[in-house]
Design a protein around this ligand. Structure first.
Ligand SMILES: Nc1nc2c(c(=O)[nH]1)N[C@H]1C(S)=C(S)[C@@H](COP(=O)(O)O)O[C@H]1N2
Ligand SMILES: [Mo]
Length: 298
């Protein structure tokens, strides 16, 4: 009797443990449960495309991706991080636009989330992954000369700090994409170990407009104007002083972030009457409205 009780208890504990492992996804061999079913038994680098914005959920093994000959790419990419440090990357992989169209991306798809195995993720507007982006070979000289359009890819061989494709080494799937302008801080969007891409109907929304302090009005010559934005560490503020509409090619107000080199975020000194025009650009939302601030120097 006692021995039966003991056995029942042991079995009960085992069943509970198995149930818990299933619930938490912590069973060692099931660590990648949210990636879908692995058909070939090859583990690393495989990818699920899912969400309301695709016709059906699709999973690919690394072998399947590598066999999509018509969409394979070897490219170099210029990039800037939020320090800001300019650098180059190379990558060999597959075009993202090809994968999305293969997955049956719907007309209504508007938001694309690229998720990594470590929980890291970046949200893009559909437009940000479909518009033209560039590699600037003269990035270090601060020149856009020689800009070459480059596609967004998921790379299984890549390397930071070189433009030599032969130096790419194999790794987990990594998203690489080009810049829009020399100051476009793209490295945070270089998601490593991509496991899942969610394509959604959700409208991405629009970044808030820039605020200025002091706002428009009469100021003394030599006064400092500070620009700010509630998501300043996730976006770039671009501005002009010549009345033109700012874009990615305009000077950037916040080349670094509050946690790297905040001293690089300097107020704009005003010596003569001027209009400061500003725009906010960043991954995950549409560009802010252009906000203009007019100053009369007394
Ligand atoms: N999976 C994953 N990818 C990631 C990150 C991360 O934490 N996890 N960090 C991002 C950021 S903020 C940067 S700047 C680049 C470069 O990271 P590295 O300097 O470690 O190569 O990777 C990006 N991709
Ligand atoms: Mo970063």
């Amino acid at each position: 009797m006692n021995r039966h009780m003991g056995l029942t208890r042991v079995l009960l504990v085992m069943v509970m443990f198995a149930g818990l492992s299933l619930l938490t996804g912590c069973h060692p061999q099931n660590a990648n449960t949210d990636q879908g079913t692995d058909k070939t038994g090859s583990t690393p680098g495989y990818l699920t495309i899912t969400g309301t914005g695709v016709r059906q959920q699709t999973s690919y093994t690394l072998e399947e991706l590598k066999n999509m000959d018509e969409a394979l790419v070897g490219e170099s990419y210029s990039a800037v991080n939020n320090w800001p440090a300019p650098k180059f990357y190379v990558g060999k992989g597959i075009r993202l636009d090809y994968l999305l169209s293969k997955a049956g991306i719907e007309d209504g798809a508007q938001t694309i989330i690229v998720r990594a195995g470590d929980g890291y993720n970046i949200t893009f507007t559909r437009q940000q992954l479909e518009e033209e982006r560039f590699c600037y070979p003269n990035l270090l000289k601060g020149s856009e000369e020689g800009a070459r359009e480059v596609p967004a890819i998921l790379a299984w061989e890549y390397r930071e700090g070189t433009s030599d494709l032969n130096k790419a080494v194999s790794g987990s799937l990594c998203l690489l994409l080009g810049q829009k302008g020399l100051n476009d801080a793209v490295t945070s969007a270089y998601v490593k170990n991509v496991v899942r891409i969610e394509v959604l109907d959700n409208p991405p929304g629009q970044w808030d407009a820039v605020q200025a302090e002091p706002a428009s009005g009469t100021i003394k010559g030599g006064a400092d104007i500070s620009l700010s934005h509630p998501d300043q560490d996730r976006v770039k503020i671009y501005y002009t002083l010549d009345g033109s509409t700012p874009d990615e090619h305009s000077p950037v107000y916040n080349p670094s972030t509050s946690y790297f080199q905040p001293e690089l975020i300097k107020p704009i000194r005003i010596d003569k009457s001027v209009t400061i025009k500003t725009i906010v650009i960043g991954f995950g939302k549409n560009n802010s409205p252009v906000a203009a601030f007019e100053y009369d120097v007394e």
